[in-house]
Design a binder for this molecule. Structure first.
Ligand code: IMP
Ligand code: MG
Length: 333
């Protein structure tokens, strides 16, 4: 078994979808597997020149790869079927490719209702937290118990874990700063978004080959907590040029400069073999190369070169074997 994984090093929306899309096209994976979260996620992908947004459905389907909504995920059947139809309208026939792990949990109407008006955390109101709460209270409904989903449900142990020699690309949702354990609790999501979250699917640790950590050259966060400590006008320009609107909720994302403390912790917890920094093209347009160091102090870099060198140096000090790449394009890495 070989498992490569794409996961978020910041607060979600780092561009994981783009990286997954690139890898799924260029490597021959048997499955693409989502290992956490549910309809709260929004992956924006440019596929054959078309902008496509997925929520539950792993982006492997865009390349005809069977794709699994994994254990530790939650699924809202109504939203799932709407998403299949949306993809079909965009010319992507995914009905026969998408599978749901038997032990994935269902988001019910009650879960959705209990988030109406929620404002404390600023959730996506997709019933995510309540569904995980029911799961852990042992009053939840699994996918295998849900009639509507029966055509899609597979026995994850038999079909994946007990099969020899599969090559799997796992994609995480959200990012390190939103992790239920490592994030800024309670301003977090309700799932395990780190490499540890992937391991909960049941893979042997030695089967993990490449860990692609994805970050942006600045940070964004959607939710209720205070996030911008610095001058808002420059950050507002980054948000505008970077088109920083939530793919699930359409909310304007809060922007801040690249934070080395977040990066340090997420590298230490996720052990990436590769790091992709997205949206370097946006900072090039804005001509603003600031970094917040581990002490929380803003450092103004005077050029793109010094900015990239500073980050590279920082990563080398943590682990010189990490392959780092800066991306300048919405559809390439
Ligand atoms: P929930 O996951 O809907 O419970 O929301 C909890 C927090 O995670 C909120 O601050 C959301 O805005 C944030 N969140 C959840 N999913 C994503 C995502 O895919 N990208 C960015 N933020 C997210
Ligand atoms: Mg997103």
């Amino acid at each position: 078994m070989i498992v490569d994984v794409v996961l978020g090093l910041q607060y979600g929306d780092e561009g994981k979808g783009k990286v997954t899309h690139y890898l799924a096209k260029n490597e021959n994976y048997d499955y693409v597997l989502r290992f956490n979260g549910g309809g709260n996620a929004g992956h924006t992908i440019f596929h054959n020149g078309k902008k496509i947004i997925t929520h539950h459905i792993p982006s492997g389907v865009l390349h005809g790869i069977p794709s699994i909504i994994g254990p530790n995920c939650v699924i809202n059947p109504e939203a799932f079927f709407a998403e299949i139809e949306e993809l079909e309208e965009a010319g992507i026939d995914c009905r026969n490719l998408v599978k749901i792990a038997n032990n994935c949990h269902v988001v019910t109407r009650d879960h959705l209702m209990s988030e109406v008006g929620e404002s404390t955390i600023g959730t996506t109101r997709t019933g995510n937290g309540p569904a995980y709460a029911s799961k852990y209270k042992r009053s939840g409904v699994t996918a295998s118990q849900c009639m509507h989903l029966s055509d899609f449900v597979i026995d994850f142990f038999n079909e994946v874990l007990d099969k020899p020699n599969l090559k799997i690309l796992a994609e995480g949702a959200q990012g390190f700063g939103l992790d239920i354990d490592f994030g800024d609790y309670p301003y977090v999501t309700s799932s395990h978004v780190t490499l540890g979250g992937l391991m909960l699917c049941g893979f042997h640790p030695s089967s993990v080959r490449h860990v692609y950590g994805v970050a942006k050259v600045y940070e964004t966060y959607v939710g209720a907590k205070e996030f911008q400590d610095y001058e808002n006008d420059k950050l507002a320009i980054i948000a505008d040029i970077g088109q920083e609107y939530g793919a699930t909720t359409g909310r304007l994302r809060k922007v801040n400069y690249l934070n080395l403390d977040t990066l340090y912790k997420s590298i230490k917890v996720n052990h990436p073999t590769h790091i992709i920094f997205n949206k370097t093209d946006i900072l090039r347009k804005v001509r603003n190369w600031n970094i917040i160091d581990q002490q929380g102090i803003k450092k103004e870099m005077n050029s793109e070169e010094t900015f990239c060198d500073e980050i590279q140096l920082f990563i080398n000090k943590i682990n010189p074997n990490i392959h780092t790449r800066f991306s300048f394009s919405p559809d390439r890495i």
